[in-house]
Design a protein around this ligand. Structure first.
Ligand code: 5GP
Length: 206
């Protein structure tokens, strides 16, 4: 199946800076919309139901799995997360550009469902820097950091399946790279034929 707008999926190991980069992209580019996932994990800090996630009980999540309500779902760090068909369908009808900030399993699943997905993997500049960032963040106990580092090695091994790679050495540079990918996608012939159809018709381009 093809997604009618541009569909970007961004994956990265935790600590690589994915959330901050996607947040900055959404602030800078109002034509890109986020997809709000469902999760069984409890809200953190200022998170609001329906904004960062739809926070649901495990039973409600199970019911959605059983009724085929998810395009993909995965267990990540002990909680379940899923992209609902509805979250994508609404955006599809509008033909909006959508960014999914999901784990690598979800990103690969989305790529299988929507063949025109643009997949982006964000890498840390080194293992040492990734560990240092997780430590500086101060959110996790040392054992959790070890687990995240172990998982990060498994996740990074999936990078070859992605269309684009951004090495997040400097935030500004990585954001520039992310914007460049979004922009280049919009300049593709097939995309411009859809978004600038009147101009193409006037120029007699089939
Ligand atoms: P967090 O709990 O830190 O918000 O997210 C944990 C991980 O789950 C992150 O890698 C995040 O991108 C991923 N995630 C969030 N939503 C989804 C989703 O709908 N599907 C999948 N597969 N992963 C998700």
């Amino acid at each position: 199946m093809d997604y009618p707008g541009n569909l970007f999926v961004v994956a990265a190991p935790s600590g690589a800076g994915k959330s901050s980069l996607v947040k900055a992209l959404l602030e800078l580019d109002s034509a890109v919309k986020p997809s709000v996932s469902h999760t069984t994990r409890p809200p953190r800090g200022q998170e609001k139901h329906g904004r960062e996630y739809f926070f649901v009980a495990p039973g409600a999540f199970d019911a959605m799995v059983q009724s085929d309500g998810f395009v993909e779902w995965a267990e990540v760090h002990g909680h379940r997360y899923g992209t609902s068909r509805q979250a994508i369908a609404q955006r599809m009808e509008q033909g909006s550009d959508v960014v999914l900030e999901i784990d690598f399993q979800g990103a690969l699943a989305i790529q299988r469902v929507f063949s025109n997905t643009v997949s982006i993997f964000i890498l840390p500049p080194s293992w040492e820097e990734l560990r240092a960032r997780l430590e500086r963040r101060g959110e996790d106990a040392p054992q959790t950091i070890d687990l995240r580092m172990h998982n990060a090695a498994l996740e990074v091994a999936q990078a070859p399946h992605f269309d684009f790679v951004i090495i997040n050495d400097s935030f500004d540079r990585a954001l520039f790279d992310l914007k460049a990918i979004v922009h280049a996608q919009r300049l593709k012939f097939s995309v411009q034929r859809r978004t600038r159809s009147e101009t193409f018709r006037a120029l007699n381009i089939p």
